[in-house]
Structures are given as structure tokens and as C-alpha cells.
Design a protein around this ligand. Sequence first.
Ligand SMILES: C[S@@+](CC[C@H](N)C(=O)[O-])C[C@H]1O[C@@H](n2cnc3c(N)ncnc32)[C@H](O)[C@@H]1O
Length: 442
Amino acid sequence: MANENLGGPRVRANAVWSLQQITEHQRTLDWIIANKASWLETPFGSQLIYGTVRHYYSLATLIEPLLEKPLRPKDKDLFHLLLVGAYQLLHMKLPAYASINETVSACRLLGKNWAKGLINGVLREVDRQNKDKLASNLSNQNHPAWFLEKVKTQYPKQWEAICSANDQQPAMAIRVNSSKTSLDLYCEKLNKTNIQFSEARSEHGVILQEPVPSRTLPGWLEGEASLQDLGAQYAAPLLMNALSKDTNTPTILDGCAAPGGKLSHLNELLGNKFASYKLIAVEKDKKRLAVTRDLVARSQQGKIDNILFIEADSTKPTQQLQFKCDAIMVDAPCSGSGTIRRNPDIRILFDPIELQSKSKFQLRLLRNLWRSLRSGGNLLYVTCSIFNEENDLVVEQFLSEQADAIFENIDLPLGRATKFGWQVLPCDGPTDGFYYCQLRKV
Ligand SMILES: C[S@@+](CC[C@H](N)C(=O)[O-])C[C@H]1O[C@@H](n2cnc3c(N)ncnc32)[C@H](O)[C@@H]1O
């Protein structure tokens, strides 16, 4: 019987299967959460899967030279078992003999008892080395070559900090619902429940020192708090602050709404400021739209009468999108390269070839939604990408073809100005990377 604190062979085999799903079948960690939730139920199982994915490239760099000959393609699972073993030795504080024994025992569950000697030998070799030195030497080798090249070119001063931030676990950030309570009152409640936190550099944000299950947060059921990354909390205030002063009953469209974090935030801020307003939430994916409606209803405690949920394609000039809005949020689908800390599988799954099609798609979103903006109105273009191809370059192309569009300056507590907008990087603080650009219709 395996010691529960050390996990057993099963949890290691599950980690291997997860890596197989990601690398062989292009499944995401979100897919694993949706389909194999039980694998992530224990902190140990969750850490093993997320941690091995997070350190995939550096662990592979370590293991490859230790193999006398490369493993056959059909034995990729054994390669992954070695990564899972090496992750425990380098990054988890477990007794090495137990990590190695339990990892070797997982060979049986993979149907490959014959490989026990190989797994044992390679992991013992890793264990003989200076593991702290190894872990730090490998830290600059934990991204695919294309990523390193791109990030070095685009961020010659920050690339190392970005890579090292990507290897950390993400912070748990909370947005306090300003239509229900104040940041001060909520912080008092956190103090009373002994949840350690620091105030975030955003108007309604708090960063927890350690993650906790969301249902244990004070006021969770009453909609006093939502989970939202710090960088994402800048979007709604940016859009609101750029509303023209003569707007009394604004109509605002969120062109890519699911899962509704920024939409909820907008609803809170609009409700605080205007007696009457309309919020239009557009989403192409029917299931995601339904989930969004439920999530927003929870976080807004059912106060969603002002929100119109529409299933539509925001790149197409359909009848459904014939509005003249005061403001539009375009939180475009992108590479997610600013969220690698939160979604470590992106560095394995994202193919840079896709950047070209992503930027074309982002441009189509901008072109189409621009028609729904009234003259004098503002459009906030947002991505969670750090790549220029999805950010300033898309805006540059848009501005070159749209004579009635100008960009306006942005200034946020974190990040830096770019040619047309503002870039927050994952190394700027406990935040994902985001790009913001404010466009005005003149
Ligand atoms: C980055 S997410 C938006 C996140 C959201 N704004 C939030 O804060 O929770 C992008 C969303 O756009 C949706 N989407 C993709 N293509 C679309 C299209 N052509 N029209 C409308 N929505 C689309 C995706 O399904 C996804 O839910």
C-alpha cells in the first residue's frame, strides 16, 4: 500500500497519461480537468501533473543525454515517466528513494514491466547530481526554441525575467465586487478568516499569499468576490474611463464575452455609475455562452437584466450586431502567450505558425466590430499575448486602413507603453501578460 503523502504508482501513471494526451493528442490541461478531474483531486496529483508540464522542456533537456539511445516513438510514455520522476527529484521535497521506487513501480501500470531497470538507472543518475544546481542551470532552457528566439528579439531586456516568471505558479487574484462591498471591508473579512493577502495594484484587487478553494472565500456565495487575474482587472475600468462625458445611458458591447470575467466587472462598474445602461455580450460558442450566463448570474447575484446575451460571430456583419454602441470591448482569442504561468501547456501546444492566422482573425474582429461603434465612441482591444504580431502590429494594420480610427494613450500601474497601446508582462508582478489598446472613432 503506497504511503498517501508520497502518492503511489497510480498518480505517476496518471501524470504520464496526461503528458501523452497533451503531446500526442494536442489535448489541453483544461481538457484533463474536464475529463479526468479525479486525477487532480489531491494536491499531490495536481502538483505532479501541472509541475511536470510546467518544467517539460528543462526536464527533457536533462533526461535526453542520460539515455544511451533514444527511446522508440512507441515508448514515449517511458520518456514521460522519466520526466515525472525527474520532476519529483528536482522540484518536490520528497525522499529520493521513495520518488524513484514509486515511479519505477508505475512501469507495471503502463504495461511495461521490462522498463523498470531503465527507469531506475536513469533516475538514480539524476539523483547523484547536484539537484539544486541542475534546476537553476536548466531554468533558461524551459521553453521551446521558437519561443526563446521570439521573446529575446521582442524583449531583449526582459526575456530572462519573462521566462523565469513563466516557470512560477500563478498567484490567486481576487476582484472585489464594488457594487456589493468596498475593498477595505472585504480585506477586513479576509483578516478575520485568517486568509493572508496583499493589496493588488488595481482598484478592487487582492492577491492571496496561498491559493484557497474559492468557496471558502468570505462572501463568495453572496457574490462579493470573483477570481480574476490582476492584469485582466484593468480592462473594464479602462473602457469605462474612456466613455465620453456626454454618455448617460451607455450601450456597451463585449465582442468575445466568455467566460465573462470582464463582462461581470463591466456590469458592476456600470451599475455603480448609471441608472440605466445596456450591456451586450456576444460569444460564438453556444456552450461557452450558456456557461457565461450562469457564471455571470452567480457573480452578479442574478442582476443581469441589463445584459443581452447573443450567440453570434463577431467577425461577421450580421443583423444581430447592428448596434451603435458607446464603447466596445474586443478581448480577442490569441496565443495566450501572456498566460503561460497559468496555462503551462501553452508552451507545448502552441505552434508559432498559428500567429499569422491569429493576427488575421484579430484584424477581422476589429474591422467588423468597428461598424457597431458610434462616432466618438471608444473600442478597447485586449489580448493576453506578449507577442507584437497579435498586438501593436494588428493595431498598426487596422489604423492604416481605418481613416476614422485614432489610438489614445494608456497609463496603468504595471507595464509599459508600446507604439499604440500598453503591455503588461508576466514579470511585472503577480499578473498574466496583457496588451491593451484604446481606439477612438473620430
Ligand atoms: C479571450 S476569450 C474572452 C475572455 C472574456 N472576455 C473574459 O474576460 O472572461 C475569447 C472568447 O472569444 C470567443 N470567440 C472566438 N471567436 C469568436 C467569434 N468569431 N465571435 C465571437 N466570439 C468568439 C471564444 O470562444 C472565447 O470565449
